[in-house]
Write a protein that binds this ligand. Structure first.
Ligand SMILES: NC(=O)C1=CN([C@@H]2O[C@H](COP(=O)(O)OP(=O)(O)OC[C@H]3O[C@@H](n4cnc5c(N)ncnc54)[C@H](OP(=O)(O)O)[C@@H]3O)[C@@H](O)[C@H]2O)C=CC1
Ligand SMILES: CC(C)CCC[C@@H](C)[C@H]1CC[C@H]2C3=C(CC[C@]12C)[C@@]1(C)CCC(=O)[C@@H](C)[C@@H]1CC3
Length: 345
């Protein structure tokens, strides 16, 4: 039976709070006077004012302990997007999210903010200024995206104003910033192996890269706007830097900032995509004998060679969203935060 939490309660929980986005979110919530419980499969730091609960989000009992007296939950846990472990994605993103919803309802949580992804509408072909009314991808590019679609549907469909359980989904795109374990480290690793010499396609494709503090800002605005009869109930929202940039200009700026050469030579998109597809099929066939992880997967080639940027007008209109850190400032802060990834370090 749900125990209602008193209104105005500033106790919240961040599921996935040990991760890159989760930790930035926890830090900002503390600044804003929330008390925070983190639920994660691992504990990656300690902070005064944060209570850690280690556990798997598929375990409802473990979740219930962490959600006691909590009125607001942020769910930003997911397996690593680059993995190809279909069973893991289905277990965590689909079954696990269903468990999170059940646990929230049972614990009397009033608001659930999901970190979804703008990739839920992306099929590997151009998206220019995509709005939230684009249909979900019929052919998602990978298991990660396929399960993020199911996850978002589950959370939005669970929104029930009558029962006082309100939900919203934030769809970020290409999050970057200090402590990101993915974008900059993979880029630098590729450069160190001498593989960042080529631009895939003509280099004119525009993409959204979103500084992590803007993503955090979008989550907190959503949580604070989410009230009975608010227009945001049960809806998805793109949160971006609102400054689409050429994919290869962004990569070059980060690389040059860290002391590496920018890519210069162009290769046709279709050729690289075809080669990446062939290599991927080869890794599938050879998997029983050798384990090999190609850098240029078909998914990464599509992301690097197509337009995919999104409108965040709906977030501006419904919750007053405006990016708080510009792309230029975000890149400068990111580059500065990785002294160990500098050339020669
Ligand atoms: N990074 C990006 O560019 C984008 C990310 N997103 C979404 O943002 C969210 C946060 O991403 P990000 O911070 O980059 O990812 P991270 O991997 O840094 O953080 C996710 C956290 O969730 C934990 N976790 C994974 N599985 C479970 C589980 N079963 N139970 C409890 N905790 C679990 C992870 O632990 P462990 O590390 O041990 O797996 C990790 O600590 C995700 O939902 C992702 O889909 C959306 C758009 C873009
Ligand atoms: C060509 C280079 C080897 C590319 C190196 C950088 C890539 C690792 C990133 C460029 C775009 C990024 C991205 C994501 C992961 C890291 C990149 C591929 C996501 C797939 C992460 C999860 C999401 O939800 C998507 C919206 C992101 C899209 C952009």
């Amino acid at each position: 039976m749900a125990t209602r939490v008193r209104p105005g309660n500033k106790r919240c929980a961040v599921i996935g709070g040990s991760g890159f986005l989760g930790r930035h979110l926890v830090e900002k919530l503390l600044d804003r006077g929330y008390s925070v419980s983190v639920f994660d499969i691992r504990q990656s730091y300690e902070l005064p004012g944060v209570v850690f609960h280690m556990g798997d989000l598929c375990d409802k009992q473990a979740l219930l302990t962490a959600l006691k007296d909590v009125s607001l939950v942020f769910h930003c846990a997911s397996p690593f997007p680059g993995s190809d472990d279909r069973a893991l994605f289905e277990r965590v993103n689909i079954q696990g999210t269903q468990t999170v919803i059940l646990a929230c309802i049972e614990a009397g949580v009033q608001k659930l903010v999901l970190t979804s992804s703008a990739s839920v509408v992306y099929e590997g072909t151009d998206i220019k200024n995509g709005r939230e009314d684009l249909p979900y991808a019929k052919k998602p590019i990978d298991y990660y995206t396929a399960t993020k679609i199911q996850q978002e549907k589950l959370v939005l469909e669970a929104c029930d104003q009558q029962k006082g359980f309100l939900t919203v989904a934030i769809r970020p795109h290409g999050i970057f910033g200090p402590r990101d374990p993915q974008l900059v480290p993979i880029l630098v690793d590729t450069a160190r192996r001498g593989k960042m010499k080529f631009i895939i396609g003509d280099g004119s494709n525009l993409v959204d890269f979103t500084f992590v503090e803007n993503v955090v800002h979008g989550h907190i605005l959503a949580a604070e706007t989410l009230k009975s009869n608010s227009p945001i109930c049960g809806k998805p929202y793109h949160i971006t830097n609102d400054e689409p940039v050429r994919f290869w200009d962004f990569m070059s700026e980060v690389l040059v900032g860290l002391g590496y050469a920018a890519p210069r030579y162009h290769l046709p998109y279709a050729l690289v995509y075809g080669l990446a597809l062939l290599l991927w099929l080869l890794t599938l066939v050879l998997r029983p004998f050798v384990s090999f992880k190609p850098t240029f997967t078909p998914m990464r080639v599509a992301l690097a060679g197509t337009h995919h940027y999104y409108s965040c007008e709906r977030a501006k209109e419904d919750m007053g969203y405006k990016p708080v850190v510009s792309l230029k400032e975000g890149i400068a802060r990111t580059v500065q935060s990785y002294p160990h990834l500098r050339r020669g370090a």
